[in-house]
Write a protein that binds this ligand. Sequence first.
Ligand code: 4AD
Ligand code: MG
Length: 361
Amino acid sequence: MRVTGSVRAEERAPGGVELGVESFETLQLAQDYPITPKEHGTAFLMDIRHLWLRSSRQHAVLRIRSEIEQACRDFFYDRDFVLIDSPILTANAAEGTSTLFETDYFGEKAFLSQSGQLYLEPAAAAFGRVYCFGPTFRAEKSKTRRHLMEFWMVEPEVAFLEFDGLQELAEEFIECIVDRVLDRCKEELKTVERDVSKLENIRRPFPRITYREAIELLAKKGLPAKFGDDLGGDEETVIANAFDRPVMITKYPAAIKAFYMQPDPQDPSLALALDMIAPEGYGEIIGGSQRIHDHDLLLQRLKEHNLPIDRFQWYLDIRKYGTFPHSGFGMGIERVVAWMSGASHLRETIPYPRMLNRIYP
Ligand code: 4AD
Ligand code: MG
């Protein structure tokens, strides 16, 4: 329907304005619209995701997403970062070989990118501060409310930034995003009935605990976690509930982290890794680290992880021709959208979610 009229301010109207209709023209007589005021199951709504997008709650969540994405771009642009678009078709794994989507590249094996990080590191050598922002892919063979097969990640990488500076950058970034959503998404937050007092509380500095302290905290709360275990969703939630702001967990055992992480100088069995866990049970929103900048150590780690050295030659080159300490992180957009909008499942935080056994529509 095409409606013509004049807009006037009206305090009592939901959006603050009303349209005085002068004429209208029917473009199509739509019948039997599948979404009715009655309750629908999520599986049904996911099948008609292309129509569900018109519902007020979906509308609000995706507007919040759009605002967050713009906030990310503005944050890095304002700080002189150069945007480096990383490739989606890649020849090597970045985050472990168990979640790779493999495809054929003219007879050669190729993978959908799990992270732009490895391509950003050479760019940091060239430009100093860089970031990438794009879709990333993980064949996560588990069905959880926090995992998608295709998700968007924003990743900064900074030359000469070391571990303390990395934590400062991460908390400044998150504080800035929360402020922006509170400032510009007031209507949307109301629509999704978000308790904004919880978000107004998000102020730097964020609490920082080591992985060892996280394990101790879990033990105190009666969970059977022991040093060396990976922290799963349930553990993350217990840790998050001990704080009212995002918590940064640092210095994980190198054995449970990616091959490229710089060892802790005080205890080389630990990695200078950083995970930031959102409050209220929304899970890990940031993963990052200082990177190994010594050529021989990196080569040794590639071998230990059984990664094909020939495919990482270009990555090793960065450590061969003028190496430098550097750090970076990745933030998953959907996790942050879920946290800001109070969505309990990531499927509502992206227009067309790709989940285990779901690629339609
Ligand atoms: O912790 P991750 O795996 O870190 C990296 O990929 C690094 N290479 C990033 C870097 O240092 N440049 O992923 C980063 C973030 C996680 O903290 C989480 O927010 C999100 O990406 N994430 C996912 N979001 C939705 N679905 C999935 N399957 C996700 N896997 C990771
Ligand atoms: Mg991680």
